[in-house]
Ligand binder design. Structure first.
Ligand code: FAD
Length: 472
């Protein structure tokens, strides 16, 4: 077929996994087509995830600072207020700058953006065929040597609370509510629920978070969860944990949900509800069964350490392969897939994959939680250091939280690090580098840290593992 182009790589999906894979493959001299059906590149992360949520978190945090904390610094504002429309427009502008940025990078690296919905028609031994249907209905056919599936994930829906994005919201609707809710129910006390719940609480909504697990941020280190629960409650988030949502629905402008706790049932009412109970792999345009593509138990595409699927010329990366649903995980997997296709002997590993919650204070983590180390039956040591004992934190008025290290009792190798505090999204990064080099707590403890910085809490917590912190 003379009308069919045969690129080296076709990437299905232009989110952080897909666009990074496309750019890396192009850098390595491969001919690359990236298929994206949205009007903009960047996927969930740039359009309705990481970027818009962080823009609103920043704006609402400025407002909260002006309202509650500026006075401690001797700064007086008269009549502090906010304009939601301006906040929303700024958020949209930030998103726009990022989506255009990705488009620019595609041009710079000569990645072709095939606009439209892609369908994998055929894959494997007989050759790969992908058809892309544009908005105008025109179909373009590609016969790529390799395919990278980067189709992402979609929010999980509750059967009795179908998303209408007006009152029953997923992340998409919760990022553009046209007014501040009087009452907002957040179902799910994970990262997305706590971040978006915090935004609307700061702007004046009464926010109730209901979580099935016994605590918010299930699975995280207990010390951090305990501190986070205390801090968020003090800020005014109502946290109902160990609670099962059994029913609910919308009637006009009112949303009701029924929750069950130890056999006791209760009805909660609000004007908006955000359902953030998790996300599941999305396989738009990929009929796994027909193609013979192997899936895991949760419907994720099964891959090996080189991101190769059960079909040797088909790779998969990002949310669609499961694991931690994080943009930086998707990006690294994208780099690995591109490099493997280009013949490099690389593989993916997850030991030093950080996770961050961008509430204020922030939560950041890498490696194992204490209960996980315990469960492995390992001997370990713990070191902790509070921000209240750090000079810079005092100057900033940001004394909440702590840094906690867990290290192997015999070898001193770092096993886990957990932080809650100001700017810990950046502080975790030196520990991540430490993990990459299999550092010990001593390595970090004896490293010079500039004074006065928040990062000295990291040094001190590492020293505390060896019982030799200076400032506590
Ligand atoms: P996606 O970003 O979902 O991209 C997939 C793309 O593929 C989409 O654009 C889709 O339109 C396209 N596509 C799918 N099928 C087809 C097809 N057949 N044809 C054409 N196009 C197709 N992660 C972080 O690390 N940090 C954060 O702060 C953070 N905040 C978040 C906040 C929210 C509210 C949400 C919802 C998520 C957040 N995440 C965050 C998670 C992050 O957004 C995802 O992990 C990341 O976007 C996954 O990237 P991906 O490339 O795998 O998929």
């Amino acid at each position: 077929d003379t009308n069919t182009s045969a690129p080296d790589v076709l990437v299905l999906g232009g989110g952080p996994g897909g666009y990074v894979a496309a750019i890396r493959a192009a850098q390595l001299g491969l001919q690359v087509v990236c298929v994206e059906m949205d009007r903009t590149l960047g996927g969930t992360c740039v359009n309705v995830g990481c970027i818009p949520s962080k823009a609103l978190l920043q704006s609402s945090e400025h407002y909260e600072f002006a309202r509650l904390h500026a006075q401690e610094h001797g700064v007086r504002y008269e009549g502090v207020g906010f304009d939601l429309a301006t906040m929303m427009k700024r958020k949209d502008d930030v998103v726009g700058a990022n989506t255009k940025g990705v488009e620019f990078l595609f041009k710079k690296n000569k990645v072709t953006w095939a606009k439209g919905r892609g369908t994998v028609v055929q894959a494997g031994a007989g050759g790969n065929v992908v058809e892309v249907r544009g908005e105008d209905g025109a179909v373009t056919r590609f016969a790529p040597k390799h395919v990278i599936l980067a189709t992402g994930s979609v929010p999980i829906e509750l059967p009795f609370l179908k998303f209408d994005e007006e009152r029953v919201l997923s992340n998409v609707g919760a990022l553009k509510i046209p007014e501040v809710p009087k009452r907002l129910i957040v179902i799910g006390g994970g990262v997305i629920g706590l971040e978006l719940g915090s935004v609307w609480r700061r702007l004046g909504a009464e926010v109730t978070v209901v979580e099935l697990a016994p605590t918010i941020l299930p699975g995280n280190d207990e010390d951090i969860v305990k501190e986070a629960t205390r801090v968020f409650t003090k800020q005014g988030l109502v946290l109902k944990t160990g609670v099962r949502v059994t029913g609910g629905g919308r009637e006009g402008d009112v949303v009701r949900i029924t929750v069950d706790r130890d056999g006791q049932s209760e009805t909660l009412e609000a004007d908006y509800v955000l359902v953030s109970v998790g996300r599941r792999p999305a396989l738009h345009g990929v009929d796994a069964q027909a193609l013979g593509l192997e899936l895991g138990q949760r419907g994720e595409v099964a891959v090996d350490h080189q991101m190769r699927t059960s079909i040797p010329t088909v790779f998969a990366i990002g949310d669609v392969v499961g694991g931690k649903l994080l943009a930086h995980k998707a990006e690294e997997e994208g780099v690995v897939a591109a490099e493997v296709i280009a013949g490099k002997p690389v593989e993916m590993h997850y030991r030093s994959m950080p996770s961050v919650v961008y509430t204020w204070p922030e939560v950041a983590t890498v490696g194992l939680a204490e209960h996980e180390v315990k469960a492995e039956g390992r001997k370990y040591k713990v070191g902790k250091f509070p921000f209240s004992a750090n000079g810079r934190a005092r100057t900033m008025g940001e004394t909440t939280g702590l840094v906690k290290f867990i290290a192997d009792a015999e070898t001193d190798e770092l096993l886990g690090c957990h932080m809650l505090g100001a700017n810990v999204s950046d502080l975790i990064q030196e520990v991540v580098l430490g993990f990459e080099y299999r550092a010990s707590s001593e390595d970090i403890g004896i490293t010079v840290h500039s004074h006065p910085t928040l990062s000295e809490t990291v040094k001190e917590a590492a020293l505390a593992v060896m019982g030799r912190a200076i400032h506590i």
